[in-house]
Design a protein around this ligand. Structure first.
Ligand code: URP
Ligand code: ZN
Ligand code: ZN
Length: 472
């Protein structure tokens, strides 16, 4: 089956060209500059399908390198399965996810990974890979890190938060970083000082401060900045590359920026929620409503002016990736586990369907360029996590993961009846985007077209990843 996408504007990090894209089977066969009318005409007459993308952007499918489908958290499970979550991702122009397999203390890392394979196999609508959470650093799990690299799991997440759950102390972090430094993998860090946060939480609760907004007030920016600095210093001692996930505090990114300026291999990621949502406007809503926006790192105060700084760092590449940290929970019965005690609200927001739109709005608002949109949402995550060559670009030989995006369209995000994530609410209810995901192609298959879904579970394949292409 061949598909010719003609008359579109192909956007990549290195530029914007008017080009036709020929898909042959699951791969991109050719990118042809428009103007060669004889070649264009002959392709048009031989292609099985022709899609006219006039007036629209043709971009690589989104790569969301931070999702948590079905993850156990806070006494419940994230409400999207691999089936529902990858379908929602496809609706929103994301054609690859990298999810986090979890090893808890006392478990074998290999068993944790096997459980995630079991959950995802045959369920996904789009291609998927795994990072591995190391929740218990010991001799066995360090050895397992070497094994996993050979299996295409080339990045490992550690937590400086959540003592007693996923938390690693500094010695454990140092040892994992030494291992990563030797086997070429990437350490991903949840950088928050969990020990200090737990004291602040206990004190707040003792004072009767139980509302959702105290989730953010007990995780002040200093807890993120301190942990970021500590993680960086530990990484420097070992020479391990470091990727700090879901950054929300401008002070933490400033530390990252200074370290990058000194030539160290450290990277940062942020998420749409930190660019648009806040302590005042969302987390402080009356009653228990704010629970919808409890996530960690937390939404921060508008008064502290983080958002413009985060957009600035996205422009300067001190933040290199926008992921979602998609970790949805329903309000009823899940978020409600924290009624009367904010510390029991399961942490997480669902955004996997909306990232491409939300960051495109940054283009419309003049925060980033079109090229940077593609770089942040597709190309860099693919390169960062060893998928480039297949994902993240519109180039011959790459997988035909393609989004046709309509800048004249409009997307009204919200209301759980109109999105496709398995949630009874939306963290983005009422947000309107000046653009629209028009057509989505996943490995050559048209999965979204004319606001209709044509994908299927089982189409998504497991991606064995290589090492990061940002490593020295
Ligand atoms: O609130 C969040 N971020 N939930 C998911 C787990 C994590 O720390 O990424
Ligand atoms: Zn985290
Ligand atoms: Zn996460």
């Amino acid at each position: 089956m061949t598909v010719l996408i003609k008359n579109g504007t192909v956007v990549s990090p290195t530029g914007i060209i008017n080009a036709d894209v020929l898909v042959d089977g699951e791969r991109i066969a050719a990118v042809l500059t428009q103007g060669d009318t004889s070649l264009g005409a002959s392709l048009e007459s031989t292609a099985d399908r022709v899609i006219d993308a006039a007036g629209k952007y043709v971009i690589p499918g989104g790569v969301d390198c931070h999702t948590h489908m079905e993850v156990p958290f806070g006494g419940t499970f994230a409400s999207d399965t691999f089936e529902t979550g990858t379908r929602a991702a496809a609706w929103g122009g994301t054609t690859t996810i990298i999810d986090f397999a979890v090893q808890k203390q006392g478990e074998r890392v290999q068993d944790g990974l096997a459980a995630w394979h079991e959950r995802a196999r045959g369920e996904c609508h789009i291609d998927y890979g795994f990072h591995q959470v190391i929740g218990g650093v010991d001799d066995d799990s360090l050895k397992a890190m070497d094994e996993l690299v050979d299996e295409g799991v080339t990045s490992f997440k550690l937590f400086m938060a959540y003592p007693g759950v996923f938390y690693s102390d500094d010695g454990q972090i140092l040892r994992a970083m030494q291992t990563a430094s030797n086997n070429g993998s990437m350490i991903m860090m949840h950088a928050e000082n969990g020990i200090a946060i737990d004291v602040l939480i206990a004190q707040a609760l003792a004072e009767g401060k139980t509302d959702p907004k105290y989730h953010s007030l007990t995780r002040p920016w200093e807890t993120e900045a301190e942990a970021t600095n500590r993680a960086i210093m530990l990484a420097r001692m070992t020479g391990a590359p470091l990727y700090i996930v879901h950054m929300s505090a401008k002070q933490a990114v400033k530390i990252l920026q200074e370290t990058r300026d000194q030539g160290w291999n450290v990277f940062g990621e942020t998420c749409p929620q930190y660019l648009y949502l806040s302590l005042e406007d969302q987390l402080s809503q009356p009653g228990f409503e704010g629970a919808k926006w409890v996530c960690s790192t937390p939404l921060r105060s508008k008064a502290e002016h983080h958002q413009d700084e985060l957009w600035k760092y996205l422009r300067t590449n001190d933040l290199s990736v926008v992921s979602t940290d998609h970790c949805p929970f329903c309000f009823k019965e899940q978020k409600e586990l924290g009624l009367g005690d904010f510390s029991k609200i399961p942490n997480g927001i669902g955004t996997v369907e909306h990232r491409m739109d939300l960051i495109y709005q940054g283009v419309v608002d003049g925060q980033i360029t079109l090229e940077r949109w593609v770089e942040l949402c597709a190309t860099t995550p693919a390169r960062m996590f060893g998928l480039y060559g297949r994902k993240g670009a519109i180039q011959p030989g790459f997988d035909a993961d393609i989004v046709i995006y309509d800048p004249a369209g409009r997307t009204e995000i919200g209301f759980h009846k109109t999105h496709h994530m398995n949630m009874d609410h939306s963290a983005w209810e009422g947000v309107v985007i000046d653009g629209h995901v028009d057509t989505v192609i996943s490995r050559g298959r048209v999965v979204v077209e004319n606001n209709e879904y044509h994908g299927a579970k089982g189409h998504g394949q497991y991606l064995k990843r290589g090492l990061s292409q940002y490593l020295l």
